[in-house]
Design a protein around this ligand. Structure first.
Ligand SMILES: CC(=O)SCCNC(=O)CCNC(=O)[C@H](O)C(C)(C)COP(=O)(O)OP(=O)(O)OC[C@H]1O[C@@H](n2cnc3c(N)ncnc32)[C@H](O)[C@@H]1OP(=O)(O)O
Ligand SMILES: O=CC(=O)O
Ligand SMILES: [Mg+2]
Length: 567
């Protein structure tokens, strides 16, 4: 095995040397596995190749536009509504009607595409399961390919899992949640699949392989003639939604299914995208099934967008909740926009998870989740997210108490009062204090999350909260921001400023604390030191890295030799 190498390689015409039977121009550098070969069939790969060739220049252009927007924000510009698309915002149009099979989405569970979790999630009693190749998954070759195998078995209804240690067999119930799949964001490459000498676009691999193998069965067994269903992450502009729309049309054509069969919910989880919600729905209007408040990435994006604005520093991460004015405005405007266009307005994820060994803390966590869900349903959201099967019933009760038997609130809660939400409302500075404990917690959480991610776990419980790539990003960029601008910490009235020396001390002390908490053995065997190095570099970098996982990805790419040694 070798680590990430140079991409300057041209694949031979139709070749079998990697073990996989690949179309022309494709080189697979990931490990060969008989199970993976059933996913990486020549036809399925050809579909991915066709998508890549047709859309790569559009994707490159969209990523260049992100860079240009960043340059402008860094020079002091603020994101805002685009005057050029006023006609879309003011026009009278609606999205295609909601497919009956997913009219009621009041509680959705999310989780990585891991075998046991897929079964547990589908059996959880939630209306929808969002199977995640994104925030909740560390995108190693093994995780991605096993994820595809697992999803295919899930759609076929044959998925099972045996836990030998607990002598337990997992199978699907008769009634299961409807499946949505979230591919990676546009920015992430798939380094194990080279197409015409370049890494494939991660999300086209996730989408293309899943769609190819599952569309027919899914439409029969789950979608009542519609589907498959998707969640689309981290977009910044409607031009990116337009690419997805074209990808869907291309897929529908390949499958000879009706235009508008594929449906997707777009996460509004970047600050620039909140000013593009109508435009995003408009681009996807034949394929849309709503928008979702991806609150954690949204907070991350607030810091990232304002990386050049020292007057917009975030308070401690725990204080940036949905009741902050800018967050409430975002949720209210999202509901108003979706309902005006006849689409679902989905809520987001409360980070609390059940706490098994402390009933009082557990009750407090459930109270926070209930409060968050009550706020969402009263505001007009049509559904919400839960991170753990243990939370489904509580979330369901809160939504049902308000919504009764209606499948959603699209027609009943229009929120026209939110039509006067302004750019200032959406950008208002969050309030709160910045403390030494905030800096310490960010550091402790960021390093432990990254250590887990490097060993294949993309979502983990830390200090009784769910942590994933989006929440870890907040820890990283907040530390970076505080260091960059040398913020004065509140709390002790000593005027302590965050600088490299202080941060270095915090890192050393928090690493010692992590070692104490996880134990010497686990600490030694784990990837804590590597994680610390990556996290520290990113927090102290002169220029903010766009994504934590882009740099970290280089550490999980494993190329396998093409030909087995004969020695
Ligand atoms: C910002 C965002 O993007 S949010 C969306 C992305 N993030 C996520 O999806 C996070 C989803 N949640 C999780 O990954 C998990 O709940 C974690 C990692 C936070 C905690 O998981 P665990 O430590 O396994 O929790 P715990 O030990 O309490 O699990 C109890 C059981 O519930 C299962 N479980 C926990 N969470 C989930 C889930 N989301 N889906 C399905 N099953 C789950 C466990 O597998 C376990 O099953 P078992 O009893 O059959 O062995
Ligand atoms: O993907 C969801 C988020 O909150 O980020
Ligand atoms: Mg997210």
């Amino acid at each position: 095995m070798i680590g990430l190498g140079s991409y300057g390689y041209t694949a031979p015409a139709s070749s079998k040397i990697s073990g996989y039977d690949v179309p022309e121009g494709v080189d697979i550098r990931g490990r060969f596995d008989e199970e993976f070969a059933k996913i990486l069939t020549k036809d399925a790969l050809q579909f991915v190749v066709d998508l890549q060739r047709e859309f790569r220049n559009h994707i490159k252009y969209a990523m260049e536009c992100r860079k240009e927007a960043k340059r402008q924000y860094n020079e002091g510009a603020l994101p805002g509504f685009d005057p050029a698309t006023r006609y879309i915002r003011e026009g009278q149009w609606t999205c295609a009607p909601v497919p009956p099979s997913v009219a009621d989405r009041r509680v959705e569970i999310t989780g990585p595409v891991e075998r046991k979790m897929i079964i547990n999630a589908l059996n959880s009693g939630a209306k929808v399961f969002m199977a995640d190749f994104e925030d909740a998954l560390s995108p190693s070759w093994e995780n991605l390919m096993r994820g595809q195998v697992n999803l295919k078995d899930a759609v076929n209804g044959t998925i099972s899992f045996t836990d030998n240690a607990r002598n337990r067999v997992y199978k699907l119930n008769d009634h299961t949640a409807k499946l949505f799949v979230r591919p990676r964001g546009w920015h992430l490459p798939e380094a194990h699949i080279l197409i015409d000498g370049e890494p494939a676009t991660g999300c086209l691999v996730d989408f293309g392989l899943y769609f190819y193998h599952n569309y027919a069965t899914f439409r029969k067994t789950q979608g009542e003639g519609f589907g498959p269903f998707f969640y689309l992450p981290k977009m910044e502009n409607s031009r990116e939604a337009k690419i997805w729309n074209s990808v869907f049309e291309r897929a529908e054509k390949m499958a000879s299914i009706e235009k508008g069969s594929i449906r997707a919910t777009v996460l509004i989880e970047t600050l620039p995208a909140v000013f593009q919600m109508d435009e995003i729905l408009y681009e996807l209007r034949d394929h849309s099934v709503g928008l979702n408040c991806g609150r954690w990435d949204y907070i991350f994006s607030y810091v990232k967008t304002f990386q050049g604005h020292p007057d917009r520093l975030l308070p401690d991460r725990v204080q940036v909740g949905m009741t902050q004015h800018f967050m409430k405005s975002y949720s209210d405007l999202l509901i108003r926009t979706c309902h005006r266009r006849g689409a679902h307005a989905m809520g987001g994820m409360a980070a609390q998870i059940p706490i098994r060994d402390d009933p009082t803390a557990n009750e407090a966590a459930f109270d926070l989740v209930r409060k968050d869900k009550l706020r969402e349903v009263k505001a007009g959201h049509d559904g919400t997210w839960a991170a753990h099967p243990g939370l489904i019933q509580a979330c369901m009760e809160v939504f049902t108490n308000t919504m009764g038997n209606s499948p959603n609130q699209i027609e009943t809660v229009k929120r026209d009062d939110a039509s006067n939400i302004t750019e200032d409302d959406l950008l208002q500075r969050p309030r709160g204090v910045r403390t030494m404990e905030g800096l310490r917690l960010n550091t402790r959480v960021g390093i432990q999350y990254l250590a887990a991610w490097l060993t294949g776990a993309g979502s983990v419980p830390l200090y009784n909260l769910m942590e994933d790539a989006a929440t870890a990003e907040i820890s990283r960029v907040q530390n970076w921001q505080w260091l960059k601008y040398g913020v004065e910490l509140d709390g002790d009235a000593l005027g302590v400023r965050v600088n490299r020396e202080l941060f270095g001390r915090v890192v050393d002390e928090e690493m010692a604390r992590i070692e104490l908490e996880v134990g010497k053995e686990k600490f030694k065997k784990g990837m804590y030191k590597e994680a610390c190095k990556i996290f520290t570099r990113q927090c102290t970098a002169l220029m903010l890295d766009d994504f934590l996982t882009l740099d970290a990805y280089n550490h999980i790419v494993i190329y396998h030799p093409k030909v087995q040694s004969k020695l």
